[in-house]
Design a protein around this ligand. Structure first.
Ligand SMILES: CCCCCCCCCCCCC/C=C/C(=O)SCCNC(=O)CCNC(=O)[C@H](O)C(C)(C)COP(=O)(O)OP(=O)(O)OC[C@H]1O[C@@H](n2cnc3c(N)ncnc32)[C@H](O)[C@@H]1OP(=O)(O)O
Length: 719
């Protein structure tokens, strides 16, 4: 897995050959070890170049091997042998040098990169640290502060930034390999010791302790319970405070604590799940491998509210020409100004020029006649959306795709009003649409494989993680959110406060708890939906008692809060008080506590002590239970799809892998037992009734997550 050639007479060229990314599998490590030894021993060879086949230097250690017993030569001594050798070694970096790949390059004495290459140490995103010397060599090369930044965030840098930071020695627009071979000949005879990073001191600012403390505080805040970023700071601290060998020892010790942790397993699962959800399939036999997307060059967005603006920005940022449509000139002008401002702000952050030239605005639907794909993003109202789809169906060219950004309405009902139901799909973006990585692509019962493939492909162009889901109320994400929100409200009735519930969920790892999230989204959004559903307002069945609706327990608390004019962050008052309307600083509100006390008295509820464990179990197990139902109904194709929806769309902490992975980690029998316990305590809450799939899995000995599909009642039935 490493090819050996002698080029230009004296240069040994070692090529890593493990497609697609030349990961450092046991065979590759063996190949490198053997070829480097051969080159060091061969008196004709004066220098070496290491490169990767097919335009990729190396994607790092082979992540699939982490779950297996280790075999083959370890990375640390392999890299040490390269550095310690007395012949100069040059890394020719094309494509990517990530993780162990960059660590290998840091063991070389020189690094030449192609201008399109990217480098980085992303191990932290896999729940690990760069434990092949990366935490010790990188700080010695580029200094403490930039190394802390790269290692604790795992961010990738371009070749240009790598050159500025001093990670690479030269960048070329031509062949990095040709330049590296030339370079390798030129440096023969030059002193090698200064090029061996392990012999250097880490460049540090005067107040090392201050920098490390400040970084640790920031990292802890960002980590939301993840261990790896903290271990990364500790390892880099060693590079600044200990001799190299002691630092390496520290790096290994810290890695040993992470390597077999559940967090590392969860994050590595996420790595593969993110890629797996791109490989979709339908019960018809169509799949991502046999369904081609149609090229899309002209896109239109209908409606320039919050979602429409975000979608427009996302499309323009991906280099696509967009026609943005509003109903009247005033709304169009507001939308235009806001979209332009968003694009300028974004470009400023990236030191780039905003592509305002790609934007076109109109109030005339006839201008859509040449558009390839239209994304409707009007108000969440079925009658309005139907009217828009009818009009689109008559003005757009016959083969244009019609997509809806509904967050949960029936895609089939919309498709039915058009003359081309096979070209209708859901594209459910998440707010803010230009930032959030998730896209639920909703397959209606008549959507064609080509329409699905085109929407999935467009999502990829926008840099989204696109997940194909079936058509049902709320699709996957919002359907599962319903029981979660419901449990949170019940907990308030029973004695909790918004801060207690949010505190428990934030401690679990969510960026914000359910009540802060509701305040951010606007409490009136759900209020309007509940009114339309006849759960509150004038359409409530007069025979329903105050805390029961449609035959089951109902909490009117969120409705009552809205009736008090508390709409969330937007008007400065919701479940919390805010510093100002639109403000983000939430403080607990004594008047909410008083309101809850009065409510309990009015309804004869004796408040009880609720602990954080109950909050987590009731909210999350109810959500997970609905996840099992979505799987069994065929609305979600597999547990990975649900997990990626929650990690990328709902802030589920990545180090807990997603709700379904988490259920597996907790243990399916325990999830089942606790659901049964809560169902017994709350017989009027059907969402707590354990799903048949969960019962079947437990009865079958709780198989691992990658076997769950074998137990589905209707695999892919809705997809
Ligand atoms: C008692 C305890 C003892 C503890 C001791 C432990 C010792 C052992 C540890 C040794 C020290 C290790 C230190 C180093 C660690 C690492 O290097 S971890 C890996 C770090 N690298 C990464 O995170 C990079 C991951 N890859 C990417 O970012 C991208 O793949 C890419 C390289 C940028 C290419 O992108 P793209 O072209 O878009 O292709 P993809 O679709 O992403 O990938 C193509 C397929 O390749 C698979 N793949 C990619 N990288 C890896 C990898 N590193 N290992 C295995 N497989 C990889 C990817 O999954 C794709 O395949 P499919 O999933 O089948 O589609």
């Amino acid at each position: 897995m490493a090819r050996y050639e002698q080029v230009q007479g004296t240069v040994a060229l070692i090529t890593l050959t493990n497609p697609p990314v030349n990961a450092l599998s046991a065979a590759v490590r063996l190949g490198i070890t053997e070829t480097v030894t051969r080159a060091l021993r061969d008196p004709e060879v004066k220098s070496m170049v290491i490169c990767g086949e097919n335009g990729v230097f190396c994607g790092g250690a082979d992540i699939r091997e982490f779950a297996k017993p280790m075999s083959g030569p370890p990375l640390v001594p392999m890299i040490a042998a390269i550095e310690e050798g007395e012949k100069p070694v040059v890394a020719a970096i094309e494509g990517a040098a990530f993780g162990g790949g960059l660590e290998l390059a840091l063991g070389c004495h020189y690094r030449i990169a192609h201008s399109k290459a990217r480098v980085g140490l992303p191990e932290v995103t896999l729940g690990l640290l760069p434990a092949a010397g990366g935490t010790q060599r990188l700080p010695r090369l580029i200094g403490l502060a930039p190394a802390l930044d790269l290692i604790t965030t795992g961010r990738h840098v371009t070749a240009q930034e790598a050159l500025k930071l001093g990670i690479v020695d030269q960048v070329t627009d031509q062949s990095a390999l040709d330049l590296a071979i030339q370079f390798a000949q030129q440096v023969v005879g030059q002193p090698l010791l200064p090029r061996k990073l392990s012999t250097r001191q880490t460049p540090c600012p005067p107040d090392v302790d201050g920098l490390l403390e400040e970084t640790m505080a920031q990292v802890k805040q960002r980590a939301r319970g993840a261990m790896a970023p903290i271990a990364c700071v500790q390892a880099v601290r060693a590079a600044a405070t200990l001799p190299y060998q002691a630092g390496m020892q520290k790096e290994q010790e810290l890695m040993a604590t992470l390597f077999h942790s559940s967090q590392a397993r969860a994050m590595q699962y996420c790595f593969f799940a993110q890629r797996a959800v791109g490989r979709w399939s339908l019960s018809s036999g169509a799949h991502s491998g046999n369904s081609k997307p149609r090229p899309v060059s002209k896109v239109a967005v209908i409606g320039l509210g919050t979602m429409g603006r975000g979608i427009t920005v996302a499309l323009v940022k991906a280099g696509m020409s967009v026609l943005a449509v509003e109903t009247n000139k005033k709304q169009l002008e507001i939308g235009k100004q806001m979209v332009s401002a968003m694009l300028k702000h974004d470009a400023q952050k990236r030191n780039a020029t905003p592509r305002l030239d790609l934007l076109h605005f109109t109030i005339d639907l006839l201008e859509l006649k040449n558009t390839d794909l239209i994304i409707e993003a009007v108000f969440e109202d079925m009658a309005l959306k139907k009217q828009v789809f009818k009009e689109l169906s008559s003005v757009c060219k016959a083969d244009a795709f019609l997509c809806t950004n509904t967050s949960g309405l029936d895609v089939d009902e919309l498709a039915a009003v058009t003359k081309r139901p096979e070209l209708v799909v859901g594209m459910h973006f998440f707010a803010p649409a230009h930032v959030m990585k998730l896209l639920e692509v909703v397959h209606g019962s008549r959507s064609s494989p080509e329409a699905v493939a085109t929407a999935m492909h467009l999502g990829k162009r926008l840099g989204k993680v696109s997940v194909l889901v079936g058509n049902c109320a709320g699709f996957v994400g919002n359907r599962m959110l319903k029981p979660y929100l419901e449990q949170a409200n019940f907990l308030l009735e029973e004695g909790a406060t918004p801060e207690l519930v949010d505190g428990a969920l934030e401690e679990f790892g969510f960026p914000m708890g359910v009540f802060k999230m509701s305040d951010l989204s606007g409490l009136d959004v759900g209020w309007r939906i509940r009114k339309e559903a006849g759960l509150t307002g004038p359409n409530v069945d007069p025979r329903d008692p105050p805390r029961r609706r449609q035959g089951r327990r109902y909490s009117p608390l969120p409705d009552l809060v809205c009736e008090q004019g508390r709409l969330g962050q937007k008007n400065g008052r919701g479940w919390y008080l805010y510093d100002k309307p639109g403000g983000r600083v939430a403080t607990p509100d004594p008047s909410i506590h008083k309101f809850l006390e009065e409510y309990r008295i009015k309804h004869g509820i004796s408040p009880r002590q609720i602990d954080r464990q109950e909050v987590v179990e009731r909210c999350l197990f109810a959500l997970i239970n609905e996840g099992f139902r979505s799987l069994d109904d065929g609305i979600a194709a597999g547990p990975e799809d649900i997990d990626m929806i929650y990690v990328f769309g709902y802030g589920w902490p990545r180090h807990r892998g997603g709700p379904m992975f988490y259920a597996g980690m907790v243990g399916l029998p325990r999830v089942l037992t606790r659901l049964e316990h809560y169902r017994q305590a709350h017989p009027e809450v059907p969402h707590l009734e354990p799903s048949p799939l969960l019962r079947r899995l437990v009865a079958s000995g709780s198989p691992p997550i990658n076997k769950w599909r074998d137990f589905l009642q209707r695999p892919h039935s809705q997809l």
